[in-house]
Design a protein around this ligand. Structure first.
Ligand code: PMP
Length: 437
């Protein structure tokens, strides 16, 4: 085997030991810890274009892209310039500034049903605030979510466990009060009869249905034809709101995110949207938005309180705006081309080696399931060979390709992936597939 990087990471291991003393698990977000694949998470020193460089000096093609945001690749020169110029004028004012207005205008211009947005600092804040707004606007408290959809670490949305219709879900995390989980109904994805039954039973108490526009947090599981439309019809019929979480898909699947691919619907658009990741270009900024009459319920106009010391931060807004403006049709075409090339090679190698797999798509976003057959929901996604994924992951890592360290994550490509980066991925595949054993 021609392995460019031996399976060791001395500097990362040493940093992890230091980190563990002062940071729980040594990481500031759990999935970074490599718990499901084992081994030492790589501590990165720098990143440029499609490449990450770790503290041991090894280079990796980045197929995580910071879990989505780095759609243009790392340290894109024009984004870097916008950050430098904006930062030179001050980091945060705590007053309104033009940067945040321009970013809001760009989002509103792209996603037709979104008339106003409020900027926040993370996807979690966006979904948390959208839910508060939905509850405030409807005067109801129950939220419907789908098993396998992740919307950030909001108390009421960490309830993904508990099955059956209209039963109270059990909290998925310690520290989430049962009372909070009790306000959440968890349903299987792509199941219209389950949705209808839940509304038949508790429709008058349901403030909103929140869904990932196209789920990407149980692997990519697209809505079946008519599912999103059914969400719209059923919520509208019962006076509940529909919240489309586009934190992952927003401005990645198309200029207007998943809505740009699937909407508009005959039955109407979602009431509220949440965005994050790409719209911040790698900086902590996110948003929620929707119809102006709904958004007018927010303070200072209305009674629903929501705020943030750093919300609409000028540097983050400038990075996000520059990133969005650079997301041209050519960028989406390149993402598509790179994704199809990589996924095609994965299919070829896995098929040749007899490894059960399934690839599913949301625009240029895709994920590789380590199982055969269609994946329609969380239960299907969980029935994967995660041990095989772990061996494959390390086979790729050793050969200079950094995949998301979990079988349940989307693979993210960037438009900065040039022929060398793509070739590195393609030539890593045969050996990594052999490593699955
Ligand atoms: N919603 C979706 C669909 C997400 O994918 C994520 C993050 N992966 C979030 C919300 C939460 O965003 P953040 O991590 O910025 O809080």
């Amino acid at each position: 085997l021609n392995i460019p990087y031996p399976d060791e990471a001395a500097e990362s291991a040493s940093l992890l030991r230091r980190a563990r003393d002062v940071i729980p698990g040594g990481v500031n977000s759990p999935v970074r810890a490599f718990r499901s694949v084992g081994g030492t998470p790589r501590f990165m020193r720098s990143a440029s274009g499609p490449w990450l460089t770790d503290v041991d000096g090894r280079r990796y093609v980045d197929l995580v892209c910071s879990w989505g945001p780095m759609i243009l690749g790392h340290a894109h020169p024009e984004v870097l310039e916008a950050v430098r110029t904006t930062a030179a004028d001050g980091f945060s004012f705590g007053t309104p500034s033009e940067h945040e207005v321009a970013l809001a205008e760009e989002i509103v211009a792209r996603v037709a049903p979104v008339e106003q947005v409020r900027l926040v600092n993370s996807g979690t804040e966006a979904t948390m605030s959208a839910i508060r707004l939905a509850r405030g606007a409807t005067g109801r408290s129950v939220i419907v979510k789908f098993a396998g959809c992740y919307h950030g670490h909001v108390d009421s949305l960490l309830a993904a466990a508990g099955s059956g219709l209209a039963t109270f879900a059990l909290p998925d995390s310690a520290g989430v009060p049962a009372s909070s989980a009790a306000e959440t109904i968890v349903l299987p994805y792509n199941d219209v009869p389950a949705l209808e039954a839940a509304f038949a039973e508790r429709g008058g108490q349901i403030a909103a249905v929140i869904t990932e526009a196209c789920p990407g947090n149980m692997g990519v599981v697209p809505p079946e034809p008519g599912f999103t439309e059914a969400l719209r019809q059923v919520t509208a019929a019962h006076g509940a709101l529909l919240i489309s979480d586009e934190v992952m898909t927003g401005f990645r699947c198309s200029v207007a995110g998943w809505f740009g691919l699937e909407g508009p619907y005959a039955a109407g658009a979602p009431d509220l949207f949440t965005f994050g990741k790409v719209m911040g270009g790698g900086f902590p900024t996110a948003a929620f938005g929707g119809r102006a009459d709904l958004m007018a319920q927010l303070a200072p106009e209305g009674p629903v309180y929501q705020a943030g010391t750093l919300s609409g931060n000028p540097v983050a807004s400038a990075a996000g705006l520059t990133t969005l403006r650079l997301c041209t049709p050519e960028v989406y075409a390149r993402l598509d081309e790179v994704s199809r090339t990589i996924a095609g090679a994965v299919t070829d190698e896995f098929t040749r080696a007899g490894v059960a797999h399934r690839i599913q798509w949301a625009g240029s976003m895709f994920s590789v399931f380590f199982r055969d057959g269609q994946v329609r929901n969380y239960a299907d996604s969980q029935a994967q060979d995660t041990a095989a994924f772990g061996r494959f992951f390390h086979g790729m890592l050793r050969r200079g390709v950094h995949l998301p360290p979990s079988a349940f994550e989307t693979w993210f490509v960037s438009a900065a992936m040039d022929d060398e980066a793509v070739e590195t991925v393609l030539s890593a595949l045969p050996g990594a597939v052999a490593d699955i054993g």
